[in-house]
Design a protein. Structure first.
Length: 320
């Protein structure tokens, strides 16, 4: 019996593609690197990301009010080494820009810098980071508490059986599927996430208020409202990138917000469960969750300014 080797299968597929097209499937291609364009009274500034490229490998050409920046990143092939996976792009990185006639291309200046790095401690100076972190933590607390405590809560307050309580809990997970796509889409399309934050707060109020005051009256409605309130979770995941100027910044923001948010949310079921045992009912725990849901409103003014994390860290007093 022949042993299945996934890497051998990939290599054979690549070779068949080479024979079919008469060239290597990993042949160099033309890549358009991302660029930021800014203009002020000092002139026009273009900032490009060219990872893995040395300054002496970059060519800048200016002619007829057309500016071209290009470089080539080649794949280092070594004898005796088999590539099992090649995902990084190789080829010519190039961008061409039509520059207004008021600018003299003879005065083009080249400046090279190291990739931007932001320390996690510096994120405390960014209102946008707080604006993303608060609703992320709110939704995480509610989700952790919901999946851990809702089954016994529903059995004791709404009088449902174990099977029905499990089905209602599964409903929360099912509602999360469309929200995972809808949240980032709305975060991208909306000018600010204010409508999503307000809607989530209203849904949390409906869900926890209903479970507190009339748990058996419309249990299904309360659970649907709670499931829809979690739309702020995928929204925040999208904002990591939407409010960062570079992938490096988005990575730092994501790590910091998720690390703190999940750490806080992890203790919520223990504290709320302890509160239920201490009081003998779920009322106090539901009141706490109801108040936590209003935390979304704190993020409204923080995100309404459409600030970028990089800019806020740079502009903060005491920056080193």
């Amino acid at each position: 019996m022949m042993r299945f080797d996934p890497f051998r299968e990939i290599e054979e597929l690549t070779q068949r593609m080479d024979r079919a097209f008469g060239q290597s499937a990993s042949a160099p291609t033309r890549i358009a690197p991302p660029v930021d364009v800014h203009e002020d009274d000092q002139g026009l500034e273009l900032t490009l990301d060219l990872p893995g490229i040395r300054p002496d490998q970059i060519q800048v050409e200016a002619e007829n009010q057309t500016l071209t920046v290009q470089a080539t990143r080649t794949y280092d092939r070594k004898d005796g080494r088999t590539a099992h996976r090649v995902e990084r792009a190789y080829g010519t990185l190039a961008r061409t820009f039509s520059v207004p006639a008021k600018y003299d291309l003879g005065k083009v200046e080249d400046k090279w810098g190291e990739p931007r790095r932001i320390a996690r401690s510096a994120l405390l100076r960014s209102a946008t980071v707080w604006g993303i972190g608060i609703p992320f933590t709110v939704s995480s607390i509610s989700a952790y508490a919901g999946y851990a405590l809702l089954p016994p809560l529903l059995r004791e307050t709404a009088g449902v059986g174990e099977a029905q309580a499990g089905a209602l809990l599964a409903l929360l997970g099912f509602l999360g599927l469309p929200l995972a796509a809808l949240g980032p889409l709305l975060a991208t399309r909306l000018r600010t996430p204010t409508p999503l934050l307000i809607a989530s707060t209203a849904l949390f109020t409906t869900a926890y208020g209903g479970l507190l005051l009339a748990p058996a009256t419309a249990t299904l409605l309360w659970m649907v409202a709670l499931g829809l309130a979690y739309i702020t979770f995928p929204m925040c995941l999208a904002l990591f990138a939407l409010r960062s100027r570079t992938p490096a910044t988005a990575s730092v923001v994501s790590g910091a917000v998720q690390g703190v948010g999940y750490a806080v949310a992890a203790v919520a079921p223990l504290l709320l469960g302890g509160l239920r045992d201490a009081t003998g009912s779920w009322s106090a725990a539901l009141v706490v969750l109801l108040v936590v849901g209003f935390g979304n409103l704190v993020a409204v003014p923080l995100l309404a300014r459409r600030g970028m994390v990089d800019d806020e860290v740079d502009a903060a007093p005491g920056r080193r």
